[in-house]
Write a protein that binds this ligand. Structure first.
Ligand code: GAP
Length: 457
């Protein structure tokens, strides 16, 4: 798309990202041999490594680095009353219109006002239906009969699993307000528009944290979590001029929110939501109290046994959307030679080493003369501590390029000198600089480089 439309000026396009993701085994279309399944994607060998590392990095930031935040892994299938209480049965809808002629289905808020007003299809000029509400939750049935008694929903957000467990966690882990509960897991939405690769899908993963605070302190905590989430992306080395805040206007606010800000990222298709920070007030716990009949008040034992329903500050990021963001953010094309052919350029994914799918690749200069064995041996030493790869196929320059495209921050080359003096070549992905390092010091050197990593440009 043209720069003036999106504001994006980098080298990535969604076509390039989708093609690289498939070619290198990051992401495949679901059920591709049957023509693909709309809104669903499979994560290949590099994709699952990247996804796991993003999840681990978020988990560490939220739990290990916060004494007052604990984790949870709640079931996807929840009692259907949960979704009545949460307001999703009533309110979690998109406005829809259909074209009677070409049968295309549109989200009404994405149809130009003019077409909506005179009810003409923006694609074929056919007549549009009236706007109607469409609930985004997937329904299924549990048990042997397909009647309403067995109605069950696939969760559209992970948050509710946390709310229904908040008292269990207070009791089992003696949590005191303010405290948080973090969770990573699948969520499902029957999205009508699923373009832009994995940006908006029907099956996706969320990384959510719910922070329980005393009423009256919610605005302060809301601002604090906005700061923390911004700092998180900074630490991850994301291009900060590609991030901005967007406050929800009254027509955008979810039914549960008093205030909400999105962190938007400048994707190749323009600015889009990456994560939401929400002040959900005491809406959810109040509703669960009403619908379950259970007392969900917090008892403040340090304050004369004061009772109240806590307010909740939520940080909600898409894991799969963060993966797309990090690939777009890392994507670069760089001219590295001037021979006038395709080899002059390299494609490189400049991932932060803490999320790169492979940290170190071992490359013997030659297969013969014991170099392959020595490289394999070193890989075996390193694999306890790092995600490693091994490649002995083809010219060394080509192998570096393959690792650049996978985003591997460090390559280690074993050559004839290695046999003589026990040193190896450490090659840096970003600068392509090469230094010699004693084999015995390699692991420590890589550890230090990861710790002090700063993205250049
Ligand atoms: N619990 C609050 C909540 O779910 P949301 O803004 O609807 O809020 C939070 O979703 C995040 O989940 C979004 O910022 C986005 O990163 C991710 N997300 C939402 N819908 C998605 C979809 N259909 N596909 C991929 N990611 C999605």
């Amino acid at each position: 798309m043209a720069e003036e439309l999106t504001g994006y000026t980098g080298p990535a396009t969604m076509e390039k990202i989708t093609s690289l993701a498939k070619r290198r085994g990051f992401v495949f279309q679901s059920s591709e041999i049957y023509g693909g399944q709309n809104g669903a994607w499979d994560y290949g060998p590099l994709g699952i490594e990247l996804k796991n590392r993003i999840a681990a990095n978020w988990w560490k930031a939220m739990t290990q680095l916060h004494d007052e935040i604990v984790g949870l892994d709640a079931a996807i299938l929840m009692h259907p009353r949960t979704w009545e209480a949460s307001g999703h049965v009533e309110n979690f809808t998109d406005p829809l219109v259909d074209c009677k002629k070409c049968k295309t289905r549109f989200r009404a808020d994405m149809v130009p006002d003019e077409n909506l007003a005179n009810k003409t299809c923006p694609e074929c000029g056919g007549e549009l239906t009236d706007t109607r509400k469409f609930n985004l939750m997937f329904k299924s049935h549990i048990g042997p009969t397909e009647d309403n008694a067995g109605l069950i929903y696939l969760r559209p957000e992970t948050a509710q699993g946390i709310y229904v467990n908040y008292k269990n966690i207070i009791q089992s882990n003696r949590m005191k307000i303010p405290f948080g509960i973090a969770q990573i897991g699948k969520a499902f939405r029957n999205e009508i528009v699923t373009k832009n690769f994995i940006f908006r899908t029907c099956e996706f993963e969320q990384m959510e944290m719910q922070y329980f605070v005393k009423p009256g302190t919610d605005v302060e905590w809301f601002n604090e979590w906005k700061k923390r989430r911004w700092a998180y992306y900074e630490k991850l080395g994301v291009k900060m001029d590609h991030l901005r805040w967007h406050q929800h206007g009254p027509d955008e606010l979810a039914h549960y929110a008093k205030d909400a800000y999105d962190i938007q990222y400048l994707f190749p298709m323009g600015w889009r939501e990456l994560e939401g920070v929400h002040n959900r007030t005491n809406y959810d716990l109040t509703r669960h109290t009403e619908y379950s009949g259970k007392d969900l008040q917090y008892i403040d034992q340090d304050n004369n046994n004061d009772r109240y329903i806590p307010f909740i500050i939520e940080t909600s990021a898409g894991l799969t959307r963060t993966l797309l963001m990090l690939i777009c953010d890392a994507y670069d094309e760089e001219k590295v030679a001037d021979k006038g052919d395709a080899d002059d350029w390299r494609t490189v994914l400049r991932f932060h080493p803490v999320v790169a799918p492979v940290t170190v690749a071992m490359l013997p200069l030659m297969k013969k003369d014991g170099l392959a064995e020595m490289a394999q041996d070193m890989r075996n030493e390193l694999k306890e501590d790092f995600a490693t790869d091994y490649d002995q196929a083809g010219a060394i320059g080509r192998r570096y390029r393959r690792q650049d495209e996978a985003g591997t921050p460090f390559c280690v080359t074993v050559d004839y000198q290695s046999k003589e003096d026990g040193t190896v070549t450490l090659r840096y992905r970003d600068s392509m600089e090469q230094i010699r390092v004693p084999r015995t010091e390699l692991a420590e050197k890589i550890r230090q480089e990861i710790k002090s990593y700063k993205r250049k440009a």
